[in-house]
Write a protein of this length. Structure first.
Length: 359
């Protein structure tokens, strides 16, 4: 069974695609974004998947790839176009190659035109294709830099993508209008640049008169992506928090497990904030001995009494209210914040010490 997720980076309007073979747990990511590496790693962990590959559709000019960072953290391999002229990849891909993940695979199709090193990836059963910037939803990538060519792009779309089954779903590298997916049949019929009776000459005339400004990140993104995203200076994602052994969730929250929390409760630096109601705090489940009661409904009123230079761990019954508390603390400018995974329910199950419990 195939696992499939479409992920989005709002800053660059980039789609990242996760595909995995459920039986083996082998996964790959297409076009990961550097700043989203934590998000992607958290999703892989929550789904119990092993990242085998990161694949690039081209050398991006609008964002830095997360390929290098994910390889450093997860041991994945990097695949990209031989024609892209990037360094540091584990495999240089050409037209007709195949990339396996478990019992599934993607076939590689060279689709130059946006850049001369553009690739599209087609799922083994031809039900899905990942077109990068070659073919967008009712549009296409620009052809005016990075060795772009309107003639090459026209040929790529008509020979490599429009020849797929009409029902094949096309997943683009970007969308700026909130659209998520299209199909070969739709683009053949309705793409105003490339569909219908549009000729190569019509297309070239359109593309040669777009007069678009260059991408804002061009001078940063292209050099970095020619190194597969390896930074020259400090990581833009930043180092993981070192005040506790934390885990980042796909929801974007830092969690601390009960076992680690047992050590933190004795650390005077850490502020433990219980966001339950008073009757719960002193009720049957009790509370962590060093915790301070600050009910969620009045948390904002108590923020001034917390030290912003010290870590804060939020606690509740199950982990739901404490997750909201973390969001509120982050919005208020607290930078060292986490919550107890599973709340007091897990704390009790794992034998954590309590105070104030009443029968």
């Amino acid at each position: 069974m195939l696992i499939f997720r479409q992920l989005f980076d709002a800053t660059s309007s980039t789609y990242t695609y996760l595909l995995a073979d459920r039986a083996s747990g082998q996964a790959l990511l297409i076009d990961p974004v550097y700043e989203q590496a934590r998000r992607d790693a958290a999703l892989l962990a929550e789904l119990g998947l092993t990242l085998a590959w990161t694949l690039e559709t081209h050398v991006h000019a609008d964002h830095v790839t997360g390929a290098w960072l994910l390889r450093e953290r997860l041991g994945s391999r990097i695949g990209l176009a031989l024609a892209g002229a990037a360094e540091g990849a584990d495999r240089l891909l050409e037209h007709g190659d195949r990339v396996d993940f478990g019992v599934r695979w993607l076939s590689v199709r060279a689709t130059p035109g946006h850049t001369n090193g553009c690739l599209s990836y087609v799922l083994d059963d031809e039900s899905r294709a990942f077109s990068g910037d070659c073919l967008l939803i009712r549009g296409c990538g620009r052809t005016d830099f990075q060795q772009g060519s309107a003639a090459s792009l026209y040929a790529s779309v008509h020979q490599q993508l429009f020849t797929l089954p009409a029902s094949c779903l096309i997943y683009p590298g970007h969308d700026y209008n909130g659209l998520t997916v299209t199909s070969v049949d739709e683009e053949r019929r309705y793409n105003p640049r490339l569909g219908g009776e549009v000729s190569e000459g019509d297309f070239a005339g359109h593309m040669n008169n777009l007069n678009l400004p260059h991408p804002k990140q061009l001078e940063v993104a292209v050099p970095a992506n020619l190194r597969c995203g390896r930074p020259e200076a400090a990581s833009a994602v930043g180092a993981d928090p070192n005040w506790a052994p934390l885990r980042r969730t796909f929801a974007g929250l830092w969690e601390v497990e009960p076992q680690a929390m047992a050590e933190l409760q004795a650390d005077a630096r850490v502020q433990i904030v219980d966001v339950r109601e008073p009757d719960e705090f002193n009720g049957p489940m009790g509370h962590i001995p060093t915790a301070r009661l600050m009910p969620l409904g009045s948390l904002k009123d108590g923020l001034a009494t917390l030290d912003r230079q010290r870590p804060v761990v939020a606690v509740c019954r199950s982990g739901s209210r404490s997750a909201r508390a973390v969001a509120m603390l982050q919005q208020a400018g607290f930078t060292q914040v986490a919550h107890l995974a599973g709340g007091m329910l897990r704390w009790h199950v794992e034998g954590g010490a309590v105070a104030g419990a009443q029968d």
